[in-house]
Design a protein around this ligand. Structure first.
Ligand code: E4P
Length: 220
């Protein structure tokens, strides 16, 4: 399972990279705005900085909602670096754009996915990645992890190559559950990644090992 970090914050990307487990980055317009990155030039420069930091795929989302605009934006984004993936929403024009990018060897991440039907059409269009939003599904009192599981079953039965990228991860348990449900990739906030490390018995056990060592070696 690949680990992506879901942020446009360069320090957090560096921190995740230093763990040695980072396979890529996802961003969206809200995450870029949160970092104060505004204006097309600054946005493109910021994507370039992220692409310099990580070798893996970096998703950069289009703002246009019409086919021509998405293709125009996607072509510009794709020139930033070879690891750019153009992120496109699952709307009618988006499906047309994903088909076009697929035919033109530009990688895509189909985003804002909330149903198996949307996952089916995105895979038919040849999306490289599919982003079902686990947390936002949970927010509607439905089951985001079950959505991942259903899509994974469908893709396996039908032999689709689109990678399932579990997004809108809200906690460390989501990461484990998404993996068990068949996600190929998880994109997570840094806190959910580091949260995987935490267990009180690890802290207690380590303290005991160190204090036993100190006692045994006192004066040695
Ligand atoms: C990433 O690709 C998505 O845009 C992101 O995970 C959405 O997360 P949110 O639901 O926490 O905004």
């Amino acid at each position: 399972m690949k680990f992506f970090i879901d942020t446009a914050n360069l320090d957090q990307i560096k921190e995740a990279k230093d763990l040695g487990i980072l396979d890529g980055v996802t961003t969206n317009p809200s995450l870029m705005a949160k970092e104060g990155i505004v204006g097309q030039d600054n946005i493109l420069k910021h994507y370039a900085k992220i692409c310099e930091l990580v070798e893996g795929d970096v998703s950069a989302e289009v703002i246009s909602t019409d086919f021509d605009g998405m293709v125009k934006e996607g072509k510009i984004l794709a020139t930033i670096a070879p690891n750019i993936v153009v992120k496109v929403p699952i709307i009618k024009e988006g499906v047309k754009a994903i088909s076009w990018f697929t035919k033109n060897d530009i990688k895509t991440n189909c985003t804002l996915v909330f149903s198996v039907g949307q996952a089916l059409i995105a895979a038919k269009a040849g999306a490289t990645y599919l982003s079902p939003f686990i947390g936002r599904v949970d927010d509607t009192n439905w089951d985001g992890v079950q959505l991942i599981s259903d899509i994974a079953d469908l893709y396996q039965m039908q032999g689709f190559m689109t990678e399932i990228l579990a997004a809108s991860i809200r906690n460390s348990k989501h990461i484990v559950d998404a993996g068990l449900a068949g996600a190929d990739v998880v994109t997570c906030p840094l806190s959910s990644i580091t949260g995987l490390l935490k267990h009180p018995l690890t802290d207690i056990g380590l303290e005991k090992f160190l204090s036993d060592h100190r006692k045994a070696n006192a004066g040695a």
